[in-house]
Design a protein around this ligand. Structure first.
Ligand code: NAD
Length: 373
């Protein structure tokens, strides 16, 4: 079969993670359709050329609109700031291209709805890459097997610390216009996607958001400050449709934590706990163990893939952040061939966006709100 020609828009942090995934997927998943790094798009030609050299893209383009309509392009991959996702994804879908988009799907619910509608006509996928951490895959399998019995409670946190850092350059994540929200879209979106993958839809919630420093020093303009109109921290209590009680906490002001994306599931027969900073392991408690030895066991997550074909390395040989993107892409490519589309799709991204919107509404109105899911 002919290779899939990719146009990737954006060449920052995610541009690098995705370039690596496109380059590596065929090495670790040799059965999937070949992908070709055809063109990388952005606004700065010198920056684009540097990335294209490092990651072996055939060409660069400074006009994304042209790139997404090129007849030689099959798949458009969006790794730009959130406010650009809708315009780019809809243009790509209307041109008949497959569309992969970074999270959160959009700046707001209306945009996400328009994107899901436009992309319904083409294969589509959202890069909620934490779904593909092997320990998270194991947690999902154990829950599906009913190992924990009835689930009572789910607790999740996404903790970062860079919010108060006065040396941090001002960027698009610090403005509602370009990011849609602060930690709600940036970090809480990951928590909500993982939670709903594991335990189904969230029905209702009550939220509080906080902006600790409404004015920040601008390191590019010593002596000057700029105003912040996004949330620095968000606290959510929620009820899933299944009746499970949930709590979610996302913050950039958790001094002491670099990138701790964690969750715990508490059930009648046991408990599971995951921390991304220790991503190769999961903690498991079997409530049926003899009380004298009962406790949280740290279990090394098995390699993805069947025994003998572990995709990356054999169990016990740790993998990293980049592998979650390779596996996400592999899922998409496998889904393409099988006709059973890989999750998360734009519809899944839209469901997350409904929860994010409910968080904002609840915080504004200071009351519980239904998510509509
Ligand atoms: N899945 C994850 O773990 C994860 C992690 C970080 C970021 N993200 C998401 O990825 C997306 C990008 O984030 P990032 O951290 O890579 O940002 P970044 O600032 O590092 O890179 C953004 C890129 O978009 C380009 N860009 C900006 N405006 C553009 C325009 N008008 N036309 C073309 N290109 C333009 C910039 O030049 C840059 O290359 C965001 O949606 C973010 O939420 C996901």
């Amino acid at each position: 079969m002919a290779p899939l020609n990719v146009a990737m828009i954006g060449y920052g942090f995610m541009g690098k993670a995705h370039s690596n995934a496109f380059a590596q997927v065929g090495h670790f998943y040799p059965g999937v359709r070949e992908v070709r790094r055809r063109v990388v798009c952005g606004r700065n030609r010198a920056g684009l050329e540097a990335l294209a050299r490092a990651w072996e893209w055939d060409e660069v383009e400074t006009d994304w609109r042209h790139a997404v309509t090129r007849p030689d392009i099959d798949l458009v991959d969006i790794c730009t700031p959130n406010y650009l996702h809708a315009e780019m994804a809809i243009a790509a879908a209307e041109a008949g291209k497959m569309v992969l988009c970074e999270k959160p799907l959009a700046n707001n619910l209306a945009e996400a709805e328009a994107m899901a509608e436009a992309a319904a006509r083409v294969p589509n996928f959202v890069w909620f890459n934490y779904r593909r951490v092997p320990a998270v895959v194991l947690a999902r399998r154990l829950l599906e097997q009913g190992r924990l019995g009835r689930i009572y409670q789910y607790r999740a946190q996404y903790l970062q610390q860079w919010g108060p850092d006065p040396t941090r350059p001002r960027n698009w994540k610090m403005s509602k216009q370009t990011a849609g929200s602060g930690v709600n879209g940036d970090l809480n979106s990951h928590l909500i996607d993982t939670a709903m993958m594991l335990l189904g839809p969230i029905r209702e919630l009550s939220a509080t958001v906080e902006t600790f420093l409404p004015e920040k020093a601008d390191p590019a303009n010593p002596g000057h400050t700029y105003r912040i109109d996004i949330d620095d921290a968000v606290l959510v209590q929620a009820r899933f449709a299944s009746g499970v009680l949930g709590s979610f906490e996302a913050t950039r002001f958790a001094t002491g934590y670099l990138n701790d994306n964690n969750f715990a599931v508490h059930g009648e027969r046991g408990m599971l706990e995951f921390h991304f900073e220790d991503m190769n392991r999961i903690e498991y408690t079997d409530a049926g163990d003899d009380p004298e030895v009962r406790g949280r066991r740290k279990v090394v997550a098995p390699a993805l893939g069947p025994p003998g074909d572990p995709h990356f390395w054999k169990t016990g040989h740790p993998i990293g952040y980049e592998h979650t993107f390779i596996s996400s892409l592999a899922d998409f490519l496998v889904g393409l061939e099988s006709g059973d589309p890989a999750r998360p799709t734009f519809e899944d991204g839209l469901a997350v966006q409904r929860v994010l919107e409910a968080v904002e509404a609840s915080a504004d109105q200071r009351r519980w709100v239904e998510t509509g899911l």
